[in-house]
Design a binder for this molecule. Structure first.
Ligand code: SF4
Length: 219
């Protein structure tokens, strides 16, 4: 019986999860650097750019809603919003839903900057297009699962993902589009699942767990 002697790399390779984490860290640094450079060239901080981009994407929000969506503290949002108001890029008005809260709305100039800030991650999308389609699908699936795991651990805010939405009906039919969105009453393929849907309504914790089980059961 022959037994292979361990090679150098059998004994000197970090586990795959550690190397993936290192890779993601490097990508994160590139994104941070790009956001910082692009924000700087627009005369904004990266957080100010994120605030304007979020308001363009979701419409007027309160400071608490922005803090939750962006995963930054309320004092950070308040400081950035104050500067944006001074620069005449944001306005503050009473929130008709909550008498003691204020809604932040971008001015015309703020909305134009916010629209540009939304495109900051495009350099990353360009890098992803260098992958063949099957690798893109596998990558998307892995990214979605990682985001979900981090959300469930409370490490990043619950965002607008289909897999955590009360309108999501996973694996309800055979074929290329096995899922269904009850909000628009339309089928959904795996590669069409959304990570940041404006119509997302968070399902409660028990339903989220059930949705995830149904989603992963036949995959
Ligand atoms: S409303 Fe949006 S997040 Fe919810 S299932 Fe439909 S497409 Fe997905």
């Amino acid at each position: 019986m022959s037994s292979r002697r361990p090679s150098f790399f059998d004994e000197n390779t970090e586990p795959l999860p550690s190397r993936i984490a290192t890779g993601l860290h490097k990508i994160g640094l590139a994104m941070k650097q790009q956001s910082w450079q692009q924000a700087n060239s627009e005369g904004l901080s990266a957080t100010q750019g994120q605030i304007l981009a979020a308001l363009v994407a979701h419409g007027p929000l309160t400071g608490s809603e922005l803090s939750e969506r962006l995963g930054v503290t309320l004092p950070t949002v308040s400081d950035s919003a104050r500067v944006l108001i001074e620069k005449k890029l944001l306005t503050k008005s009473p929130d008709p839903r909550h008498p003691r809260a204020s809604l932040l709305t971008p001015t015309e100039k703020g909305a134009a900057l916010g629209a540009r800030a939304r495109s900051w991650p495009e350099f990353m999308a360009a890098a992803v297009t260098s992958l063949p389609p099957e690798e893109q699908r596998a990558f998307f699936s892995g990214v979605m699962k990682m985001i979900r795991a981090l959300q469930e651990q409370g490490l990043i805010p619950l965002s607008g993902m289909c897999v955590a939405c009360k309108h999501f009906r996973p694996n309800v039919r055979e074929g290329a589009s096995p899922h269904h969105c009850a909000f628009v009453d339309a089928p959904l393929a795996n590669e069409q699942l959304r990570l940041e849907c404006p119509e997302h309504e968070p399902a409660d914790e028990t339903i989220r767990r059930e949705l995830w089980e149904q989603f992963t059961r036949s995959r």
